[in-house]
Structure formats: structure tokens, C-alpha cells
Design a protein around this ligand. Structure first.
Ligand SMILES: C[S@@+](CC[C@H](N)C(=O)[O-])C[C@H]1O[C@@H](n2cnc3c(N)ncnc32)[C@H](O)[C@@H]1O
Length: 320
């Protein structure tokens, strides 16, 4: 099966009927479903559930590929969260990274058969989309509840993965403990804890080409641990690239008596912008190099977030 990128003669009304006839939607209120007719015959519906009666809302993305087939991507998530469980919510940056992943899938074979690791995956949306074409996807995070919810989302979408559900792994990876994570001594799945790593999985990830992360830049200490982990991952095995989507957040600073994006300035110290590379004259440089991706070139398939100036997407490598 492959994603179909051709224009098709399907009227929005027909599509709406098709969606309504799907049993999962029938159980829910479909009266005010916003939906999008995207130029590449990709259809995405975001279904809003009654947030008062459901502790976790489900966002459904209906993706149509091929003439008659329709896949829904169901993401169970919270609509609000506090700092310890931010990973239960879908953040705008994840939606933007999802748009980038969809666009790349539709326009290139860059992610085909890839091994991918997502850091701070939260609900797992981005990695779940990628598993449509990738060989193996690792969704990593911390905290039992977040990993459990991510795991549920992986299962909810099990029909969609190119290589089946066993090709998508939810694993614990705490940046404060860097890389590699502690290995469970045995590769026998029955003897391992649910989110622990086996040696063969660590080896597979070290051969990955793609790392992903969305909305992981919000505390200077965490940013440091994050880049430490990414650096260690990039030191091992194949040459990897990190696609990182972030939101620039502004706070009032008493020191500067101004509204500033200090977290963002701290983040920018970890790598050099490709554009400034030639003007460094051999001065001390960070060990990463980055290029900002022009998101205006990426169609917005998912309408449920606004792409303000503060959302950025970076492609980051390590100097070798
Ligand atoms: C703002 S959420 C973003 C979640 C998801 N990527 C998204 O954009 O919807 C930040 C994520 O980083 C994870 N995180 C925070 N501290 C971490 C750490 N020390 N190691 C690994 N993940 C961490 C959180 O659990 C959470 O899932």
C-alpha cells in the first residue's frame, strides 16, 4: 500500500458521507465536524469529543489514500495539562511537525523504510504517522502515564503501520540519564519491563537516520540534557539528522525589564546556523549545525493550530 498523492474527483459532500458512515464516527456527535479538503487528495478531519464527559479527548485525523480506502488516525490526549504531564497533551508544534512529516511522505521517499526515534514523543502522533512508511519507529518519553497513553495511541492505530504494530516501540528515555539507556539483560520480551530497552533495540536506534522532537525546548536545564542525549545518539552508528519543532515562548524578565524569549536564546547556543557557518573564522563552535526550514513551503494539512511567527522547524546535524 502506498499513500496516493494524485488529485481525485471526490466531492467534499461525498467525503463527509463516507466519514459519517464509518462506525467510529457514528457513535459520536458529527454535527460540527470541521474538515479540510487538501489539494493532494489528503483528507483530514479533526473530531472534537465532548470534553466534559471524556477525561481524554480523541482527535481523529482521517487520511484518505487510494480511491476508496480511508484511514483514521486516532490520538487520545488531554486538552489541558500541568508540567508533570505535559506529554498527555498534543502541542501545536507536534501538529506542525506532523504537517512536515506528511508533506515529506507525499513528496519524497526520505522516510521510506527509515528507522526513526522521537524524543519527548508525548501522545505519539508524529511517530505514529511516520510508521505508515517507516521500517521501525521508537517513541520515547518519561513517566508511566505518558508512556501508557502513547502505547494506547499506538494500539488504536495498529491497522495503519507498514510493518505492523511490532515495528513501533514505546520506550522510556530520560534525557537526564542520557544515552544509552539502561539495558534489560535479556532480549526475551517476556522478561522485560514494558518500556525498557533490549540491546538489539539500542543497536537498531544507533543505526537510525532520523530523530524527531516537538516542543521539548521550555527549560534551560532540560535543553541541556536534551542536546547531551542527542549528541550521544549522533555520535553512535549512522549519521543522523534531527528535525526539531519548537515554539518560541516569551516571558517578562526582571533583569532585562523586557519581554524576552530567554529559553529560545539558550537553545540557539547549542548549534550554529548554517547561514553563519562561513563567518565563524575558526572561532570556538558548538558541536551542532542547524538550518531553519521554511515552513511557508509546507502545506498545512492539519487546520487545528495557527502557524504564527513563533513556531519554528529546525534541521540539525552534528559536526563529525
Ligand atoms: C511539551 S511536551 C511535548 C510533547 C509532544 N512532543 C508534543 O509536542 O505534543 C514535552 C515532552 O517532553 C517530555 N520530557 C520532559 N522531560 C523529559 C526528560 N527528562 N526526558 C525525556 N522526555 C522528557 C515530556 O514528558 C513531554 O512528553
Amino acid at each position: 500500500m502506498c499513500w496516493n498523492n494524485r488529485l481525485m474527483d471526490v466531492k467534499e459532500a461525498n467525503w463527509f458521507q463516507l466519514a459519517k458512515s464509518m462506525s467510529m464516527i457514528k457513535k459520536m456527535n458529527v454535527l460540527d465536524l470541521p474538515f479540510l479538503f487538501a489539494p493532494s487528495c489528503l483528507y483530514i478531519l479533526i473530531l472534537r469529543c465532548d470534553q466534559l464527559t471524556m477525561p481524554l479527548a480523541k482527535v481523529q485525523f482521517y487520511l484518505q489514500f487510494e480511491q476508496t480506502m480511508c484511514h483514521s488516525i486516532v490520538i487520545q490526549h488531554k486538552t489541558t495539562s500541568s508540567i508533570p504531564n505535559v506529554g498527555l497533551q498534543v502541542w501545536s508544534t507536534a501538529l506542525m511537525l506532523a504537517d512536515f512529516v506528511l508533506h515529506t511522505i507525499f513528496t519524497s521517499s526520505d522516510f521510506n523504510d527509515a528507522i526513526v526515534l522521537e524524543l519527548g514523543a508525548g501522545t505519539g502522533l508524529v511517530g505514529i504517522l511516520l510508521a505508515r512508511v517507516a521500517r521501525s519507529v521508537y517513541l520515547t518519553d518519561i513517566d508511566e502515564e505518558i508512556l501508557e497513553n502513547c502505547s494506547t495511541n499506538v494500539h488504536l492505530n495498529s491497522k495503519m503501520y507498514l510493518h505492523g504494530e511490532s515495528s513501533i516501540h514505546v520506550r522510556e528515555l530520560n534525557w537526564n540519564n542520557s544515552w544509552p539507556p539502561e539495558v534489560h539483560c535479556c532480549d526475551d520480551p517476556s522478561l522485560r519491563t514494558k518500556y525498557s530497552w533490549s540491546l538489539s533495540e539500542i543497536q537498531e536506534v544507533e543505526g537510525a537516520l532520523v530523530l524527531l522532537a516537538a516542543d521539548v525546548i521550555y527549560s534551560d536545564d532540560l535543553t541541556h540534557s536534551f542536546f547531551d542525549t542527542v549528541g550521544k545518539l549522533m555520535e553512535q552508528g549512522s549519521r543522523k539528522v534531527l528535525y526539531l519543532c519548537l515554539e518560541k515562548r516569551y516571558n517578562f524578565s526582571l533583569d532585562e525589564l523586557d519581554v524576552v524569549a530567554n529559553g529560545y536564546s539558550h537553545f540557539r547556543k547549542y548549534f550554529i546556523d548554517e547561514e553563519d557557518y562561513n563567518s565563524t573564522n575558526g572561532s570556538i563552535m558548538p558541536c551542532f549545525i542547524g538550518r531553519r526550514i521554511d515552513i511557508s513551503q509546507i502545506p498545512q494539512f492539519i487546520p487545528e493550530y495557527s502557524r504564527g511567527e513563533d513556531l519554528e522547524l529546525w534541521k540539525i546535524h552534528r559536526f563529525h
